[in-house]
Design a protein around this ligand. Structure first.
Ligand SMILES: *Cc1c(COP(=O)(O)O)cnc(C)c1O
Length: 312
């Protein structure tokens, strides 16, 4: 069945669970068994007729890249793989028209990109008040407020993972008929509530209404009220590639951290997200794989394992 003949979506099905075989059956038999059992239930989610959520497909070139990645199975600490990542980030900055001071790294998706951005923001909040969160823990920092118009559910997940708690997230009212944050209300909240250090999560493309916050205004507010500005632009950053829509992400380059998904509208296979950050030293402070003398570090390549939750 070709991709255009498959249904774009199917309801979930259940099968009895297969037991682990006593003996390995070999690659070909395993693939045949998989095909017999599941082939008809694959959907055309990678194809042009699938509009579920904001997911992308995979282009032939992207599939080839994924095959090469799997076939060569390189250790990320060796050889030119760090250079490849640096080069890919250089091109992505050009694609999205981001300034060069944003260092980018690959993560498994936009959820992890949000986690890395907010973790680095949490470290920055600590630095502002003389607390070393990476060393002494989030309790040393105390409660934090995360202000956002219509945050994606993954912002709440990031808040729990980072020890900030879901109740740290405060939803700010929207402008009429949109899910875009009302900047006047945001400013009032920033003025009235100075008891806790603050992260503002801007949204470039909300999942219900596709609203974009006015990022230039958020950047201006940051000059008056000291906060970390993270922007979740999982699928909205691709507006930067369009002459018609690029105004929607004007100002984005000045954000402190930016999350974007490559496995959405960049149309590469799962799992692939990117986080861009303008504070690489703080990011490294959070994610450094310390106390491992066996991990040497070649001085002139970027040590990606020290910048994300993943090591391998
Ligand atoms: C998809 C999406 C996420 C989560 O991304 P994953 O890659 O599924 O982790 C976060 N924010 C927005 C706005 C999204 O569209």
């Amino acid at each position: 069945m070709r991709i255009n003949e498959r249904p774009a979506g199917l309801p979930p099905t259940t099968h009895p669970l297969l037991d682990l075989p006593e003996q390995g059956e070999g690659g070909c038999a395993a693939i045949e068994a998989f095909a017999a059992r599941y082939y008809d239930e694959l959907t055309a989610s990678a194809g042009p007729r699938s509009f579920g959520y904001v997911v992308g497909g995979t282009t032939p070139a992207a599939v080839a890249g994924d095959w090469l990645t799997a076939a060569f199975d390189q250790d990320n600490g060796e050889g030119m793989t760090a250079h490849l990542e640096t080069e890919a980030m250089h091109m992505l900055r050009q694609l999205f028209r981001l300034p060069d001071d944003h260092t980018g790294v690959f993560v498994s998706g936009d959820t992890m990109a949000n986690v890395v951005g907010l973790a680095t923001g949490r470290e920055w909040l600590g630095q502002q008040s003389g607390v070393h969160v990476a060393q002494d823990g989030v309790a040393a920092l105390g409660p934090v407020r995360i202000l956002s118009g219509r945050p994606h559910s993954s912002i709440y997940k990031a808040a729990t993972m980072l020890g900030l708690g879901r109740s740290a997230v405060v939803e700010v009212p929207y402008l009429p008929q949109t899910e875009a944050i009302d900047p006047d209300v945001l400013e009032r909240l920033l003025q009235e509530h100075t008891d806790k250090p603050c992260i503002v999560v801007g949204n470039a493309g909300t999942v219900n209404a596709t609203s974009f916050d006015d990022l230039e205004t958020l950047v201006r507010l940051r000059e008056k009220h000291n906060f970390w500005l993270h922007v979740d632009s999982a699928f909205g950053l691709f507006a930067a590639c369009s002459p018609i829509y690029s105004a929607l992400v004007e100002g984005l380059g000045a954000a402190d951290s930016i999350a974007v998904d490559a496995h959405k509208w960049l149309n590469v296979p799962y799992d692939c997200g990117v986080v861009f950050i303008r504070h690489p030293d703080l990011q490294r402070d959070v994610f450094v794989n310390a106390n491992a003398p066996y991990l040497r570090n070649a001085s002139d390549v970027i040590d990606y394992m020290n910048r994300t939750p993943e090591a391998s």
